[in-house]
Design a protein around this ligand. Structure first.
Ligand SMILES: C[S@@+](CC[C@H](N)C(=O)[O-])C[C@H]1O[C@@H](n2cnc3c(N)ncnc32)[C@H](O)[C@@H]1O
Length: 214
């Protein structure tokens, strides 16, 4: 049985089922359709490197960051022969990059659902490292994701999580929190943090957004 959050996410995301499959497949398609290829990209919460794998053949350069040491070790190893990819141990709350360094920032697989109370600090860091009018791709669990999410938590974290059924707020103690957002809730959050939403789709468990730094 898988034990770390990374191993659990990797096992699920390599062979997703149900709403997770529909969400992750649509996210990939959305990303590729809307990508500008000549940009330097930052992937926040890169995990085992799923998005790095999809994007590296298509962009100039891509840097992944994650605050999980195990995730960084694994994806550094997976990408050791790929000169376009760099992976660094870093917290999204304090991005060690210059202002305006990236043309595109991605934060996918529902990662912003895990930001909890620190989310505004993270969005302000994302805005800082993006060029003016730079693109931000992100996805969160949507308002109909609870059934699939509960199946996932029951399978891997049974007896170890708390759930608020009304809001969909989940906490796996000492590991992560997870929330879900409607398109309107997320549009407001992005707006308040200096992003203009250009496109959004709902697919499987996810709401997926392309926005631009204002
Ligand atoms: C749900 S996984 C998604 C991984 C990857 N983006 C994907 O789509 O497969 C979320 C990842 O975000 C990372 N993460 C969460 N909060 C973070 C933070 N504040 N700074 C950096 N990484 C973070 C976690 O360690 C985890 O690897």
């Amino acid at each position: 049985m898988k034990s770390s959050s990374l191993e659990i996410w990797e096992e699920m995301a390599r062979k997703p089922v149900g709403g997770y499959k529909e969400g992750l497949d649509s996210e990939k398609k959305f990303l590729i359709e809307n990508l500008s290829e000549d940009e330097k990209v930052l992937d926040i919460g890169s995990g085992f490197g799923r998005v790095l794998e999809v994007l590296s053949p298509k962009v100039k350069e891509i840097i992944g960051i994650d605050n999980d040491e195990e995730a960084v070790k694994e994806s550094v190893k997976l990408n050791e022969n790929n000169k376009k990819v760099k992976v660094l141990l870093m917290d999204a709350e304090n991005l060690e990059f210059s202002d305006g360094e990236f043309g595109i920032v991605t934060c996918l697989g529902g990662t912003p659902s895990n930001f909890g109370k620190t989310r505004n600090k993270i969005y302000s860091e994302i805005k800082r490292v993006l060029k003016k009018k730079g693109l931000f791709f992100c996805s969160v669990y949507n308002e109909d994701a609870l059934k699939d999410r509960v199946n996932y938590y029951e399978k891997y974290y049974s007896g170890k999580y708390t759930l608020n059924k009304e809001t969909g707020y989940v906490e796996v103690k000492d590991k992560f929190v997870s929330e879900q957002f409607s398109q309107d809730q997320m549009k407001n959050i992005l707006n308040e943090n200096g992003f203009e939403v250009l496109k959004t789709i709902k697919a499987g468990v996810l709401n997926i957004f392309l926005s631009r730094s204002k």
